[in-house]
Design a protein around this ligand. Structure first.
Ligand code: GAL
Length: 438
C-alpha cells in the first residue's frame, strides 16, 4: 500500500522534529543535581597540599581529616542547616595509577581507600566530593585524567563519590580543554551515578577565548570563573569586583542545576575581620554561590559558626527561584546589590567599600530596588545581617539610611506588600548596628 505524499511529508517532518529535539538535548547536563547551590566543606583553602602526616597529623590531607569533618558536620549542626558535601581537593592521590590504570589514593594517608571513606561519609547522611584534573597532571602534580575520562568517572562512581571538582591545570590545547570538560561530563552521566560536576572550565578558557556559558551550563553543575580565593579581604574584594564587572554575561545563565562559583567561603579562618566575614556571607548569598566552606570545623569561633549557620542567609542563598543577584550601583565607595527571590521578594546588600574611617551612612530610595517594584506600593523590610531586626513597613518613596562599617555589609530582605497596609508606612529609617549581641 502506497503512502500518500502528504502523510509521508508529515512523517518526515515529525522525525525531523524528533531529531532536532534530540540534538538540542544532546550534551545537556540533565543530572537533576544542584537545583540550589551546593553546600558543604572543601579542604583546599585551609589545608592546601599538606601531605606531611608524620609531622602534622592533624592538618595533612588524610582520610582522618575528612572523617573528622564529617563527624563535626553532623554533631555541630552543619548538616542540619544544609551543608552536605564533604569534599576532597587536590593531593589525595598516589603519584601513579594502579596496574589497571585506575587512580588510587595515597596508601599511607588513605589506608582504608576511598570506597570506605565514602561509606563512612554516607553513614553520616552526608555526601563525598573528590578532585581530578582535565589535563595530564593536577595543579599539584598528581595524575590527571587526560586519556582516562571514562575509566576515572567509573572509578569515582564505583567508590560511591557524589561530587567531582574537575580542575583545568596542564590541559594542553584549547580544544583538549573543551573536549575534556565535555567528555568527563558525559562519562559521569554514563556511570548512572548522581555526581555533581564542578568545573573550572571558564577560568582556564577566558585568557584565550570568551567562554560560552550556555554550553558550560549544559555540561557542568557549577563553574569557577575567577582566581583562587585566599584568606584576605583583597581576595574577597577582587572576586566581588570581577563578578560585578562581568555580571552582564554571567548572571542570567545561573539557575537551578548550574551556578557561577566564586570559590570557597573562608569565614572562620585568620584573614578576614568580622565585617569582612559578614560581607563574604551576604554577597555569596546574593550571588547564589555554592557555599563550600574551607575552614577547620574543629577550631571555629562561635561568631563564625553563627554566621555560617545563619538560617535566614542560607534561605536567601538557597532561594528556590534560583536567580543570581547583581550590583545595582556603585557610588562613592558604597555598593548596592540585589537578588530577586521567590514570591516577589528581594535580598538587598549594602556594602561599604571604604577602608578608612568609621561607620558611614548610605542613603537610597526604595525605588532603586527591583526596578522600582520591590516596594511598590509597599514593602516590609527585615535586616538579616549583621543582626536580625525588623525594619517595619515602607513604601515606594521611602528613603533608607543604612549604617555600615568599613568593608562590612548590611543584608536586608524586602518583601513586597501588594496593597497599602492600614498601618502607615515608615518614611524614613535610621538603624543602628548592634554588634554587641555577638
Ligand atoms: C587550583 C584550583 C584550586 C585548587 C588547586 C589545587 O587550580 O583553582 O581551587 O583546587 O588548584 O591544586
Amino acid at each position: 500500500m502506497g503512502t500518500a505524499p502528504g502523510s509521508w511529508r508529515g512523517a518526515t517532518l515529525a522525525w525531523a522534529l524528533v531529531l532536532l529535539a534530540w540534538a538540542g538535548r544532546a550534551g545537556a547536563l540533565e543530572n537533576g543535581l544542584a537545583r540550589t547551590p551546593t553546600m558543604g566543606w572543601l579542604h583546599w583553602e585551609r589545608f592546601l597540599c599538606n601531605t606531611d602526616c608524620a609531622h602534622e597529623p592533624l592538618s595533612c590531607i588524610s582520610e582522618q581529616l575528612f572523617m573528622q569533618m564529617a563527624d563535626l558536620m553532623v554533631s555541630d549542626g552543619w548538616k542540619d542547616v544544609g551543608y552536605e558535601y564533604v569534599c576532597i581537593d587536590d593531593c589525595w592521590m598516589s603519584l601513579t595509577r594502579d596496574d589497571q590504570d585506575r587512580l588510587q589514593p595515597d596508601p599511607e594517608r588513605f589506608p582504608s581507600g576511598i570506597r570506605k571513606l565514602a561509606d563512612y561519609v554516607h553513614s553520616k547522611g552526608l555526601k563525598l566530593g573528590i578532585y581530578g584534573d582535565v589535563g595530564n597532571k593536577t595543579c599539584a602534580g598528581f595524575p590527571g585524567s587526560y586519556g582516562y575520562y571514562d575509566l576515572d568517572a567509573q572509578t569515582f562512581a564505583d567508590w560511591g563519590v557524589d561530587l567531582l571538582k574537575f580542575d583545568g591545570c596542564n590541559y594542553g590545547t584549547l580544544d583538549q580543554l573543551t573536549e575534556g570538560y565535555r567528555n568527563m561530563s558525559l562519562a559521569l552521566n554514563k556511570t548512572g551515578r548522581s555526581i555533581v560536576y564542578s568545573c573550572e572550565w571558564p577560568l582556564y578558557m577566558r585568557p584565550m577565548q570568551k567562554p560560552n556559558y550556555t554550553e558550560i551550563k549544559h555540561y557542568c553543575n557549577h563553574w569557577r570563573n575567577f582566581a583562587d580565593i585566599y584568606d584576605a579581604w583583597n581576595s574577597v574584594k577582587n572576586t566581588l569586583e570581577w563578578t560585578a564587572l562581568h555580571q552582564d554575561s554571567i548572571v542570567d545563565v545561573a539557575g537551578p542545576g548550574g551556578w557561577n562559583d566564586p570559590d570557597m567561603l573562608v569565614i572562620g579562618n585568620f584573614g578576614l575581620s568580622w565585617d569582612q566575614q559578614l560581607t563574604q556571607m551576604a554577597l555569596w548569598a546574593i550571588m547564589a554561590a555554592p557555599l563550600l566552606m574551607s575552614n577547620d570545623l574543629r577550631h571555629i569561633s562561635p561568631q563564625a559558626k553563627w554566621l555560617l549557620q545563619n538560617k535566614d542567609v542560607i534561605a536567601i542563598n538557597q532561594d528556590p527561584l534560583g536567580k543570581q543577584g547583581y550590583r545595582i550601583t556603585k557610588d562613592n565607595n558604597f555598593e548596592l546589590w540585589e537578588r530577586p527571590l521567590s514570591e516577589g521578594a528581594y535580598a538587598v546588600a549594602v556594602l561599604n567599600r571604604h577602608e578608612i574611617g568609621g561607620t558611614q551612612i548610605f542613603s537610597f530610595s526604595t525605588s532603586f530596588l527591583g526596578n522600582g517594584l520591590a516596594c511598590n506600593p509597599a514593602c516590609s523590610i527585615q535586616q538579616i545581617l549583621p543582626t536580625s531586626e525588623d525594619w517595619g513597613l515602607h513604601n515606594w518613596v521611602s528613603f533608607l539610611n543604612v549604617e555600615v562599617n568599613p568593608t562590612g555589609t548590611v543584608l536586608l530582605k524586602v518583601v513586597v506588600i501588594g496593597e497599602f497596609p492600614d498601618e502607615k508606612p515608615v518614611m524614613n529609617i535610621n538603624k543602628k548596628l548592634s554588634p554587641d549581641i555577638l
